[in-house]
Design a protein around this ligand. Structure first.
Ligand code: FAD
Length: 327
């Protein structure tokens, strides 16, 4: 299996990505001293791009230059994918273009992709990649099984790589293959702006928090309990299984992978009380737990524990609230 590289030179930061890729290539066990870090390199860019300076870095033994009038992922993919060797591994830069090209290439060739990886080794001839997960709390190891293997690097890897100073991999390249697709350009994306969705949840500031878990049973269950939170003047957050089932949006997630809170009162309903979840509510002034299982861990963590079905308990709570409002 060859380890190859794909770099989009449309990105103004292409040089940083080239540094990262070369630094990463140097860490590979397969690399031989004095040789370029990758077997084949695909450089994607505009014909007016300064190819000489990119080539000087000698990122790969064989270079293929792919010319396009503008960066259009579909057009790049239609040129790039037929050039792939299905048994090889392709390392893409960790920028937006690298990520979309890696994931789409793997999907279309029936291979596998992992983005944002920090290290690569081989186990039984298959790539074993490592990446950080859950806000860097955990390191995941993934054995990739289906070739071609497409990976992207985590950003910030090898920022201080010494390869430029040492000159280890600089030198001239001979006869790059040039594939010119500039004439075929039809519609193009001229600009792209990523606008992060504003978090509307207000969880961090909530005085009353209703924390809902898998015990809510369904999306309808979550909606009903979340409505109760609103009626009581509070916010609702959820545990990971609730988000995973699509019963609530991601910006409601509580826990090490989500939001940390410090409400005056937290009502934890249908949650078991895993450590990954509990960290989000442990700074609450007072915790009330509702669970059908008296032995669930949350029942010991809470200040008051009610053994009950959560929808029934909340219906009672709503009735009590209405009665109090009337008085
Ligand atoms: C790396 C990593 C990171 C993670 N990060 C997070 C995170 O950020 N946030 C998070 O929440 N989890 C996270 N998890 C998952 C976490 O370990 C737990 O699996 C998860 O918190 C369990 O959610 P839960 O309590 O809703 O579900 P369960 O553990 O399935 O608990 C459901 C509870 O509901 C009770 N119940 C069932 N039916 C009813 C009913 N009708 N009425 C009342 N009670 C009922 C059950 O007795 C049970 O106690 C992470 C896991 C890993 C490995």
């Amino acid at each position: 299996m060859n380890v190859n590289v794909v770099l989009s030179c449309f990105n103004p930061q292409w040089e940083n990505h080239a540094h990262e890729l070369i630094g990463f290539g140097q860490t590979l066990e397969s690399g031989e001293k004095g040789k370029a870090p990758f077997a084949q390199g695909f450089l994607i860019g505009h014909p007016s791009f300064d190819w000489r300076s990119a080539m000087k870095r000698r990122i790969a033994d064989e270079i293929v230059l792919l010319y396009f009038t503008a960066y259009s992922p579909e057009q790049v993919l239609s040129t790039l994918i037929p050039l792939f060797n299905t048994q090889d591994l392709y390392v893409f830069s960790g920028d937006f273009a690298g990520t979309e090209l890696a994931v789409r290439s793997a999907a279309r060739k029936g291979g596998s992709s992992v983005t944002g990886i920090r290290a690569l080794s081989f186990e039984g001839g298959l790539p074993l990649v490592r990446k950080r997960l859950y806000s860097n709390y955990v390191e995941g190891r993934f054995l990739m099984k289906k070739p071609p293997f497409c990976i992207t690097l985590a950003s910030g890897l090898f920022e201080d790589t010494e390869h430029e100073k040492s000159g280890a991999y600089t030198g001239s390249m001979s006869d790059p293959r040039i594939i010119n697709r500039t004439e075929e350009t039809r519609s193009q994306v001229l600009d792209r702006t990523l606008i992060p969705l504003p978090s509307k949840s207000g969880l961090a500031e909530a005085k009353l928090l209703v924390a809902l878990g898998y015990g809510a049973g369904s999306k309808e269950g979550v909606d009903e309990l979340a409505d109760t939170a609103g009626i009581l003047g509070g916010e609702f957050g959820v545990s990971r299984p609730v988000v995973m089932h699509g019963w609530a949006p991601m910006d409601r997630l509580l826990g090490v992978s989500g939001m940390m809170t410090r409400p005056d009162l937290c009502i934890a309903a249908g949650v078991s009380g895993s450590q990954a979840f509990y960290g989000a509510i442990e700074k609450s002034g007072f915790i009330a737990a509702v669970n059908t299982d008296k032995d669930a861990p949350i029942m010991k963590m809470a200040d008051v524990a009610l053994v009950a079905e959560c929808r029934e308990a909340f219906a009672l709570l709503r009735r009590l609230h209405q009665e109090t409002e009337k008085q």
